[in-house]
Write a protein that binds this ligand. Structure first.
Ligand code: AKB
Length: 314
């Protein structure tokens, strides 16, 4: 019988963590998954209160629970990061440095850490932005993710730490809300469409960005982590694509289900962040190395989102 991994998820109560915890528990058994977050208490099985910045405490949990894999999801996203530069840099980079160091010291099997399309900047290609495209980010979040990608590669090259990463686009889900990103509008719009029939958007209506439905993001994470080590040719972080759309496109897709839906755009500081990112990314390498292919487009995601949100309101 193959030995099951013992998995620590840091940042388990966030947008990705909520669904990843469920997926990993289903795959490896609830007893082998330890969700953790900064909140003191939570009702999830095996929940551990853990601050991502406390190196010694993370190390203690790794030893106490016999952890073999860590998924580090705690992060401050692009919009919030601009409001507190030091806090964003510290959380995003220091937590990663701790986890990489612990993985090295205790010879952990695997680490997952999400990067973002925010590593790209105004000098990157706007369309089908390639894996190794020029990347000069203009946000603290993007700078911290780019630095983090290089630290991942460094720990792999120098110490053999098997750390794997994906450059997530904007993630859309109906379970947990996103926390302070530039792409958050694409979640909020569905809730407001059902509740008010109207949405005030903080981006221009034609501002196109790469996006992904959460079921695809979770599947991508599991597929990357299951791939044989020799198949992983990128040790910074993989470009992965789902779909690309602008606020006017998502509004039109919603109108197919809610005909009277209206949207008004009043761009704020997040517009400049969004404009600095590519509209679409090229994920050929992820497809070639471990078979990545998205399942959701704007139409089937919209139908699914609206159905789930309506059910939750019943
Ligand atoms: C954000 O908007 O900051 C994030 C991201 C693109 O990584 N969703």
């Amino acid at each position: 019988m193959t030995k099951q991994p013992k998995i620590l998820i840091i940042g388990a109560l966030g947008q990705i963590g909520t669904e990843l915890t469920t997926a990993l528990s289903a795959k490896y058994g609830e007893a082998n998954v330890f969700p953790s977050d900064i909140a003191r208490e939570n009702e999830q099985p095996n929940y551990i209160a853990l601050n991502a910045l406390q190196h010694d405490r993370i190390e203690q949990v790794v030893l106490d629970k016999g952890i073999t894999q860590i998924y580090l999801l705690a992060a401050m996203l692009s919009a919030n990061g601009e409001k507190d530069i030091n806090a964003a840099w510290t959380l995003n980079v220091q937590s990663l440095m701790s986890v990489l160091q612990i993985a090295r010291d205790h010879k952990l099997d695997k680490i997952f850490w999400p990067s973002s399309i925010a590593i790209f900047g105004p000098t990157s290609a706007k369309h089908n932005c390639r894996q190794h495209a020029r990347a000069e980010p203009i946000t603290v979040y993007g700078i911290s993710k780019k630095a983090g990608e290089h630290f991942c590669n460094y720990y792999f090259e120098n110490f053999g730490v098997d750390v794997r990463s994906l450059r997530f686009p904007g993630l859309i889900s109906h379970t947990a809300p996103p926390g302070g990103g530039t792409t958050d509008y694409a979640v909020d719009i569905y809730h407001k469409a059902i509740r008010d029939g109207h949405f005030n958007c903080f981006l221009e209506e034609d501002c196109c960005l790469p996006m992904m439905y959460m079921p695809d993001a979770i599947r991508a994470t599991l597929e990357l982590m299951e791939a044989p080590k020799e198949k992983i040719s990128i040790r910074t972080s993989y470009n992965i694509a789902g779909m690309s759309f602008a606020p006017c496109d998502i509004a039109a897709a919603i109108r197919d289900h809610i005909p009277g839906f209206t949207m008004q755009c009043a761009p704020d500081f997040r517009q400049a962040i969004a404009e600095s990112w590519p509209a679409s990314v090229d994920d050929t390498q992820a497809g070639a190395d471990w078979g990545w292919e998205p399942a959701f487009n704007l139409e089937n995601m919209t139908a699914d989102m609206l159905q789930h949100i309506k059910e939750a309101h019943k």
